[in-house]
Design a binder for this molecule. Structure first.
Ligand SMILES: [Zn+2]
Length: 682
């Protein structure tokens, strides 16, 4: 009786505007019962596809598979969005409970032998099925998803594979816990004003906060190894001895001779990954990873990274002379050390640019910058954003816009821009519903989250503005998607391609005509002065050689490590020392990450043989934006049309290299990225 009176709103038809989740009726207690209905329902759909007596066809198997699990998907997306944007202890408890069950569910999908047999049969006959390009792409993509999850392995290999994957998961967790524990075990307490020399108020405030978290008396200051405190400390502290302590302790994370030593853990992870690659039939782990990326091969990645490496070393040699001169005027020793570089560079930066955030921020109100990004999307892609009020969402700060193109509703955009304790940190794009062309079509519901400080008038730093445009670029990728199959929609593209639509969109935030129109002083309404804009631009290239070396060194070492032939044992410390010597990593610059704490590589599988993706995307974004520069107009209609057709609306329906070529008329070139970083002459 009770259930009839209070049915679970997650399991009812979502009879809401735009088919939004019924935010005002959903409570945490509805999720577990909804998952418990939706998961078996999904598996029953898969069983039904596998049990058909008719022979497999694209329609009855591949397209059908793409349409399964919609109930589960909508519950999962709502759940994960709430866990990120508006969590609670109740949701967190369900999260812990559900994580292993979701993993088991995924494994049940990709290990479904009957379903895979049908997909595999179609894949083998794919040339003769008369499929169009998008159908063929879906078949290949779905087949690859199954194969990479281990569906093709025989029973014995599946057992070995499961053992490898479960040991890897355990070791990756251990790796990140060791780093956390090493970070937690260290604290440098600053005893006096002399220890605080050079630190601006925001670093002091962070140090007081860290001290109070550690239960120290009020007024104490503690420097931890967390990047948000340690990096500003290395930048501003006038105490060379303390900078050295912090630098050395950061480098040593995970490399202390203790039970938390991560070097043997990393070595075992590498060995297991070699086994993983071997089971899949690849010669090394990098080949296995790169097979599912736009780059395709380790050689293509090395080709890019090496093009950045030497110009960065050359430019750093020039920058070093300036820093050494600065050091001499301060009576500091030369040659300089790794714990001096940031500090000296900051002093030089302040002298050369005198760029003060407080001077800039009044020109960048959140409202004006939202208007700016909507305006750019309008001029490039013909979009119109119309805010709707009075529709229940999950939090009063979240706002909703109808997105229209040529007068037609094409999607819904939710913007949730303010920080609060119930929201995780950072900025991200997500969806509540994917675009799809099946069954009459589904409109996407896209959300962007930021963590700006709420105020009567919220003023943004220019970094904030770039973040806002970046996430909106991802948002447009979701909103403009025009594909038939959900697996290929929006941002579901390869990992080294997904940042192209977001990073390229940041360029419009820096366009003169955009800023002239929208960057207006929040009190006087005056446009941002040209001189201030010029300083902002010039400051962006400062010390980019240092940043490039700090990033590219670890990316090269990542690729070298994961490209070792299967069965090669590795001594992590010796390997890293050898690689640093081979590359000529300057000792006064060093690396952003060392292997013993390089979480990108060892805390999980996501960036192993993949730390390069940031720079890969930067190449695509800089080279892609050059197309507008060459056309002589940042809103050139023909270029925008190609960008829409081949990139923003195309999802994963085409191979990314071919999509890029169709947009740009040629393969990407590295030079624009190097120019943008100031590493080669413009
Ligand atoms: Zn991004």
């Amino acid at each position: 009786m009770r259930d009839e009176l209070h049915p679970n709103p997650l399991l009812q038809t979502w009879d809401t505007p735009y088919g939004l989740p019924p935010f005002d009726r959903v409570a945490a207690e509805h999720f577990l019962p909804a998952f418990e209905v939706a998961m078996p329902a999904h598996l029953a759909e898969l069983d039904a596809i596998a049990a058909q007596t008719e022979p497999p066809s694209f329609a009855n198997t591949v397209a059908a598979f793409d349409g399964t699990g919609r109930l589960l998907k909508q519950v999962e997306l709502l759940f994960s969005n709430l866990c990120s944007s508006e969590t609670s202890p109740a949701l967190q408890a369900i999260e812990r409970d559900m994580a292993p069950r979701q993993a088991a569910h995924d494994s049940a999908i990709y290990m479904h032998a009957g379903l895979f047999a049908r997909i595999d049969a179609l894949y083998r006959d794919r040339a003769g099925l008369g499929l169009d390009a998008e159908q063929l792409r879906l078949l290949e993509r779905v087949h690859l998803d199954f194969v990479r999850a281990g569906a093709k392995l025989d029973a014995a290999a599946k057992t070995r594979y499961a053992a490898v994957m479960s040991e890897l998961a355990e070791l990756c967790t251990q790796f990140s816990q060791h780093v956390l524990a090493d970070e937690a075990a260290f604290a440098l307490e600053l005893q006096s004003e002399a220890d605080l020399a050079g630190l601006p108020e925001f670093v002091r405030a962070a140090a007081r906060n860290a001290a109070s978290q550690r239960g120290l008396p009020e007024g104490s200051h503690v420097i931890t190894l967390s990047p948000s405190i340690a990096e500003p400390f290395l930048t501003f502290s006038a105490r060379r001895d303390l900078r050295e302590t912090i630098w050395r302790e950061r480098v040593a994370r995970g490399a202390h001779a203790s039970e938390r030593d991560n070097r043997p853990v990393a070595a075992r992870i590498v060995a297991l990954r070699q086994q993983q690659a071997a089971i899949h039939g690849y010669a090394n782990y990098a080949d296995y990873e790169l097979a599912d990326r736009m780059a395709g091969t380790p050689a293509a990645v090395l080709g890019l990274l090496e093009q950045a490496w030497q110009p960065a070393l050359d430019k750093a040699a020039e920058d070093r002379l300036v820093l050494e001169a600065k050091a001499r005027t301060l009576g500091l020793p030369t040659p300089i050390a790794a714990w001096d570089w940031r500090y000296l560079a900051e002093l030089v930066r302040q002298e050369q640019y005198q760029l003060d955030d407080a001077e800039l921020k009044p020109y960048f109100t959140l409202e004006n910058m939202l208007a700016a990004m909507f305006d750019c999307a309008g001029r490039l892609f013909g979009l119109e954003f119309v805010e709707q009020h009075g529709i229940p969402l999950y939090h009063p700060d979240a706002r909703l816009w109808e997105v229209r193109r040529q007068g037609q509703l094409i999607g819904v955009f939710i913007g949730d821009n303010f920080a609060r304790p119930s929201k995780r940190s950072g900025a991200w794009m997500s969806i509540f519903r994917s675009q799809s062309g099946l069954a009459g079509g589904t409109l996407p519901i896209v959300i962007n989250n930021n963590n700006f400080a709420k105020a009567d008038t919220t003023l943004l730093s220019f970094d904030d503005v770039r973040t806002l445009f970046h996430e909106f670029g991802h948002g447009l990728h979701g909103l403009l998607s025009q594909v038939r199959y959900e697996r290929l929609a929006g941002t579901q593209v390869l990992r080294d391609f997904v940042e192209l639509p977001s990073q390229i969109f940041e360029n419009w935030a820096e366009e003169e005509q955009v800023l002239q129109k929208h960057a207006r002083h929040y009190q006087s309404g005056e446009a941002i002065p040209a001189a201030l804009l010029a300083k902002l631009r010039a400051a962006r290239q400062f010390d980019q050689a240092w940043a490039t070396i700090q990033y590219v060194g670890p990316a090269l070492i990542d690729m070298a490590l994961h490209a070792l032939p299967n069965g090669t044992p590795v001594d992590i410390a010796a390997f890293e020392a050898e690689q640093c010597a081979r590359l000529g990593v300057p000792s006064d610059i060093g690396q952003r990450h060392y292997l013993s704490h390089f979480g990108h590589l060892f805390a999980g599988p996501w960036y192993a043989a993949g730390y390069y993706v940031y720079m890969w995307a930067e190449v695509l974004d800089a080279d892609g934006y050059e197309a507008f520069v060459e056309a002589g107009d940042p809103f050139d209609a023909a270029t925008a049309e190609r960008l829409f057709t081949h990139i923003y609306s195309a999802g994963n329906k085409q191979d990314p290299a071919a999509a890029y070529r169709a947009f740009r008329g040629r393969d990407p070139e590295v030079a624009p990225m190097l120019k943008k970083r100031g590493l080669i002459a413009a």
